[in-house]
Design a protein around this ligand. Structure first.
Ligand code: UTP
Length: 265
């Protein structure tokens, strides 16, 4: 079964990218020649999605929508329908995903954080789909994390060994820190969810930082024995910080323009 819809939350405040994000939403910050969010839509399209639901904020969300619609579809995205949905207040990532519920309409869906980009040649969505029992089990993308990262990411609890990249999961904790972390595997911004996630998001209370946390709903899936992980072989690129955006630009630039970029002075 192919996954035909992707949800791309892009309504965060982007405070770590101030002042660039005072007017321009983080998702529209440029990496080489296109806004970060376009890479995510292209990635979803490569995995077979024909519909991308982009969760945007009230002020600048129309700009994100216009990017995909003005002057017709973008090259390579002709068959993909990009649909915006507004998150009126930045109440958290879990809340942003919940805003897409009606448009998702009871289908399994990919979820991609637009500020995490995959490295060229390292798409992860096909592996998530392959491990999902034809869209009947949620599968989250994982990476092993260093100690200092365990207070910055959601971390999962494992219920099996890793076999051919896949691992059964029994829960997840948001930003636990090294002492409380149930494993070393962190959630890195790519997910395949069954619509069951919305039942947990509907009940979710504000968690870490007073936000509705996606990790808490992922935890509920794990506790119900309805969650699997896939350990990606390489790290993602994170465009949500100044250093990360520069790194993403260099890595993608080297891929586009070759090693000549190393000669830049
Ligand atoms: P982040 O926490 O990385 O993004 O959220 P942020 O809040 O924009 O960044 P900082 O911390 O202020 O610098 C991860 C993803 O979730 C989205 C963001 O747009 C980003 O893609 N998000 C987060 C929402 O869509 N709505 C929210 O309420 C929070």
């Amino acid at each position: 079964m192919s996954i035909e819809v992707a949800v791309i939350p892009a309504a965060g405040r982007g405070t770590r990218m101030r002042p660039a994000t005072r007017v321009v939403p983080k998702a529209l910050l440029t990496v080489i020649d296109r806004p970060a969010i376009q890479y995510a839509v292209e990635e979803a399209a490569r995995a077979g999605a024909r519909e991308a639901i982009v969760v945007v904020d009230l002020d600048a969300g129309h700009l994100v929508a216009q990017h995909f619609s003005l002057e017709g579809p973008l090259p390579g995205l002709e068959g993909v329908r990009v649909r915006p949905v507004v998150q009126e207040e930045a109440l958290g990532l879990g809340h942003a995903v919940f805003e897409a519920r009606e448009m998702v309409a009871n289908r399994p869906f990919f979820c991609l954080l637009a500020d995490n980009l995959v490295r060229p040649g390292h798409d992860v969505l096909p592996a998530l789909a392959a491990g999902s029992d034809h869209g009947r089990t949620s599968v989250v993308c994982l990476r092993p994390l260093d100690d200092d990262m365990l207070s910055r990411y959601g971390v999962v609890a494992t219920a099996s060994d890793v076999e051919e990249g896949y691992v059964e999961l029994s829960g997840a904790v948001e930003k636990p820190g090294p002492e409380k972390a149930p494993s070393r595997f962190g959630l890195v911004g790519r997910y395949l969810f069954t619509p069951e996630i919305f039942e947990h998001l509907e009940k979710a209370e504000p968690g870490v930082g007073g936000e509705i946390q996606l990790t808490d709903a992922i935890d509920a899936l794990g506790r119900a024995g309805r969650l699997r992980g896939w350990v990606a072989p390489v790290d993602m690129l994170d465009t949500g910080t100044p250093e990360g955006l520069l790194q993403a630009t260099i890595v993608l630039g080297r891929h586009r323009f070759g090693d000549t970029i190393d000669d830049v002075r």
